[in-house]
Ligand binder design. Sequence first.
Ligand SMILES: Nc1nc2c(c(=O)[nH]1)N[C@H]1C(S)=C(S)[C@@H](COP(=O)(O)O)O[C@H]1N2
Ligand SMILES: [Mo]
Length: 513
Amino acid sequence: METSTNDPARQARAAAAGLVAAALALATGELVAGFSVRFTSPVVAVGDAVIDRVPASVKDWAIDTFGTNDKVALVVGILVVAALAGGLLGILAARRPLAGAAGIVGFGVVGALAAVAEPDASGLAWIPSASAALVGAPAIAWLAPRSGVPADTRSDAAADSRRQFILGSTAMLAGAAIFGSTGRWLQGRASAVASRMAVVLPMPRRAAPPVPAGADLGLRGVEPWQTPISDFYRIDVNLVVPQVPAETWRLRVHGMVERELVLTYDELLAREMVEEDITLCCVSNEVGGDLIGTARWLGTRLDDLLAEAGVDPEADQVVGRSTDGFTVGFPVSVLDDGRPALVAVGMNGEPLPIRHGFPARLVVPGLYGYVSATKWLSEIELTRFDRFETYWIERNWAVEGPVKVMSRIDTPRDGATIARGRVAVAGVAWAQPVGVAAVEVRVDDGPWVEARLGEEVNRHTWRQWVHEWDATPGRHLLTVRATDHDGQTQTAERAAPVPSGATGWHQVVVEIG
Ligand SMILES: Nc1nc2c(c(=O)[nH]1)N[C@H]1C(S)=C(S)[C@@H](COP(=O)(O)O)O[C@H]1N2
Ligand SMILES: [Mo]
């Protein structure tokens, strides 16, 4: 019995065959990627390539829509595209096995090219993608043609083909599951966890006093003054967190300097260490957003390190480059005011977490992270703005990224319904490196009322604030604004994060019952 090629059940089986072959191919890629740190998984390679190449507007949209889950969304997106492509190739391969196989090889080539194009790629980074194609191509060419026999065809040849299809797809799916999970496990072992666990942090020259009791007002619904590491936001362009063992890591200070310096991790730890409370925030943070946190950083002062290298007076830009080639850049002159910019090795009393840049990162108070806070730091290069453009500047963000005066209402939440009476309106405000002098709250169109501030720890950290409000029944609009020590009041003018950080007042609407 002849069935038409357009028979939907038959098409579905062919698509399933393609899907299975694609899964086996990708899982093979994961398995082989686990064999050596020099190999890159096709999914990761393509993901990183997408991150580096999508238009800035798409990236901003992704951060906006998915927040810090943007990476999960990207992986899911890649897998969906791979599944669709596998399905289509399966339908093609049912009639033309070689064409289907060629399609898989085509995707292998894409993965391989993406892998070798990564800035920190080894010459062997393409091998997992090639292995994926080597397994996926024969798999689809063998399986898809066997998908064409309808269940009610009664001939020995048809029964054989049907059996092969079912057994074949089952075996391939099992293989995909085993390869994939083994590969992920192997890749996880090649981590910097052991290296980080072995670290014993040095003592700072003078331990910073404990966080003053008055800094944290202890209000329910307000983020703690010091952000626990587990709650600290993560923003970077890496699909998988770079794993950089301290033992082989080096920090090179070079470019327009009198003496190039190269430090091992132990040499870095042996330098004079200071402990500084600094608030770090992201330029992508929306008004009211949570891409901000405060930590106690342990590190060596950047200005000391640069003085040792001897900065050429012609140099006007400090570039921080990470092991994967990502760069930030800020004016040399930013350091003139003596602010405690650090090459940091510790965070809240622990060795720097891997997600936050182990073994070492830059932290510069008063600048957004995209121009200052290189994680997995490998080079500090002195250069000129007219000679070198860093990662986000190439993508149309502002060349300089000083932090803007900002305040946020943490409680009550927007849309909350609350009983009448005393309501604590509270949140945080920041204005690094000048510091917050005042926070004011306004109810509806009423007068601005000064909030009570938490104690100022230093000018590089946020301050908590609270306003005790006698709430009357009805719907109310609460607005907050901060003023810094220079008398600059947070502007009401709304601006999007692109290109130099959001502005405007944070507002919430509450219903008092
Ligand atoms: N290597 C590297 N460092 C980086 C980035 C990055 O993409 N790669 N992103 C920067 C940005 S935009 C910010 S806001 C901070 C965030 O630091 P965190 O993830 O520790 O909060 O890291 C900065 N350092
Ligand atoms: Mo950022």
